[in-house]
Design a protein around this ligand. Sequence first.
Ligand code: MN
Ligand code: MN
Length: 461
Amino acid sequence: MMERKNIWLKYNKKELKEVDSLSNRYRAFLDAGKTERECVEYSEQALIKAGFRKLDHILKKGEKLQPGDKVYAVNMKKAIIAFVIGKTPMEQGMNILGAHIDSPRLDIKQNPMYEDTELVYLDTHYYGGVKKYQWTAIPLAIHGVVAKKDGSVVKVVIGEEETDPIVYISDLLIHLSQKQLEKKGNVVVEGEDLNILIGSKPLKGKEKDAVKENILALLKEKYDIEEEDFISAELEVVPAGKARECGLDRSMIAAYGHDDRICAYTSLEAILEEENPERTACCILVDKEEIGSVGATGMQSKFFENIVCEIMNACGEYSEISMRRAMRNSCMLSSDVSAAFDPIYASVFEKNNAAYFAKGLVLNKYTGARGKSGSNDANAEYLGKIRKVFDDAGVAFQTAELGKVDAGGGGTIAYILSLYGMEVIDSGVALLSMHAPWELASKADIYEAKKGYKAFLKSMK
Ligand code: MN
Ligand code: MN
């Protein structure tokens, strides 16, 4: 009874086509969105195309919101929230999908550039949990913005076009690695050694730091930026290249940033297709999850609450108590990736409570570590309701823990929303090689995730 079948076996021709077309759209999203800013830009364009209007414009005009209206709000270009106003008053609660759009990467420091033995480097500080040794000797790209003193913001993307150069972190040759390979994995490559090699050609006629001078001249020419401008820049070093189909059967997608753009994109598609819901539908795509949901653009900021207040006000139903009721009566799927069972590393999983490729959307009743610490432990009654919503809509799902008890653990944004007293559960798509430069997902699970999110927006109450 409890055995969950491989979902590839149940798809008909039409569904198999849909699985592929969704995964193609998702790959386009990944290729366009390698930073939180790029994901916000892409999502905003998609929302506008689907008839969503910017909340700022509605507020400026003093317009009222009606059931069926579609609105969105952007937070500092790094987070975005979309709503489809429901028929029932917001006080009775919303159905909320939440996912994060920041991914582990290497951030360039504020004073990054130096020359050493006629090689020029950019110094980095890694962002989120990474196995540092995985970032050496692979093609890397630089994405981000440089804010200049005159107020202009220069966008930078280097390393994605076939004709672009890539950048690179060198690794020690195996021939001289005897000592290095005796080190523990976490110090084989150290954080301070993640320096990006960006040049090796000196500028003619310069005596000191001639290679650096040459790079600075190139930056001036191409982007009109100076060395000082790095102070006010956000440049992220990410794996170069496009998301790819994986496996001879093309059943998987290998890509940078599945965590958590895989849940973000499927949630986005779910709200894009939402029309005239009973309860107000909401999709939150948020920044900074990988470093603890901190700051003005992370889930801990008041942005979401503030926007809910604005929306309720524009619906003509705002009061402090109504807003609190709206939060308390809401239901949320906090969507984030899960670890897929990996036969090569079977010892860290407990087989009966692990997630598997091609078994559908994962529900994690709890996350956390060392006795569920740091977890949002979803209520049994809420899980019962979700099972019904998914089963009624034919959504394939599985339940899982991240790994064996005391093998490790992780957190999500779930606990933050649960502070409002709303029902929240962790859900998401299972990955192999989570947090690696290239992560792996099953196309079938992506398809079930979107189906699950749509069913949740439509039927949860
Ligand atoms: Mn995540
Ligand atoms: Mn993560």
